[in-house]
Design a protein around this ligand. Sequence first.
Ligand code: NAD
Length: 441
Amino acid sequence: MRLTIVGTGYVGLVTGACLADTGNDVVGTDKDPEKIDALRQGECPIFEPGLAELLNTNVKTGRLRFTTDLAEAIRHGEVIFIAVGTPPLGDGSTDLTAVHAVADAIADHIEGPKIVAIKSTVPVGTGDAFEERINRRSKHRVCVVSNPEFLKEGTAIGDFLKPDRVVIGAEDPSAAAVIKELHEPFVRNQRPMFIMSRSAAEMTKYAANAYLSTRISFINQIASICDRLGINVNEVRSGMGSDARIGFHFLYPGAGYGGSCFPKDVQALVHIAQRAGVEADLLHSVHQVNQRQREVLFHKIVARFGESLTGVCFAIWGVAFKPKTDDIREAPAVVLIEKLLEAGATVRAHDPAALDNLRRQFGDRLTYHESNYEVLDGADALAIVTEWNEFRSPSFDEIERRLRHPILFDGRNLYSLEAMRTRRFEYYSIGRPAVNGAPSA
Ligand code: NAD
């Protein structure tokens, strides 16, 4: 089938590459000419495991190509997938400028009936409004389907190729059937495809992200209470998560959730609820708890080193919002670095994939290091914010040799308290008693 992908970011590129890989004829377009230029030269503009290889293979066969010519791209696809950004506005509601711009372009350029599948996360009712907007402006009929995307950065290819489920929201059964057929190759392991109303599909995406965020904020709140009571939250987590009704997934205490989805989607759902006359106080609290949680490491640092951090140097391990991505949008590490710099500290940062993005944001306000050991040289303490695999079993001798003091702030509870005690590290983690340090820190 001839397909168009509008927006070649994390979602659009993965969608385009995976759909080309099953034999479709895919054209990707984006308003960012540099991105399209890079893609045409065979470069992958983002770090996502397996994506560069998949793009390459499919570009070589001619099943996948890229253009900045939006009109040409729109004319190409029998189905047009929308994967443009839907960032938050200042009040937390959703900025739909890009979605509206694409709707108008579709209305202006189509030369026959089309199916438009919205992959972007959009407020309930957007699909209805989108369809009406195009059909008012164009003489050709467009059917809009909500097809929310559940992939996770870092494992996006695997998630797309083997989704837990596919959600298709459509008012027109024949349009739903086309989107279902496109996904058949990915659900051969009998995973379900749910066909529902367009609004229910839009709501499903928010409900799923809000629930996962709620679990994270829940365990982080429990961790804060444990912290004050001198209890190890990991023991509580074991006892609690073993209940078959609860489980362990998304129940990891840490430095808070980030990324371009959870923070914005929780706030957007608060707005959707308010517009519907519902006070979403639970979701509001989930967001508030997370805002505080992203500052927890900083407060532990201040409790240890004092309010003014002038002359104090910190090494940071991990700045991406989670492992296996280069994405630093809303990353807890960005919040920590900003606060450390404000308090007068100097910062040396290391991340296996996200340093270029960090450099674009912070310029020469800090230094950037490719080696996770070299970054420690001369630093007064190490703060770990993202749980990249390579940080799980480091050489503690090397860490101790390079740091000025063996002080570790661990925002992801990577090490056992016993191991830190034995190695005589001063160690502060999340919801667990400090080791060899001040209990209040
Ligand atoms: P992104 O910022 O990586 O990519 C969006 C792309 O859209 C950019 O390349 C941008 O240049 C392009 N764009 C913006 N306006 C455009 C326009 N008018 N015409 C053409 N291109 C335009 O964003 P993303 O992370 O891929 O997310 C896209 C959508 O998918 C969002 O709604 C997001 O909430 C949702 N989503 C994201 C993820 C994720 O893990 N990143 C997962 C599921 C859903």
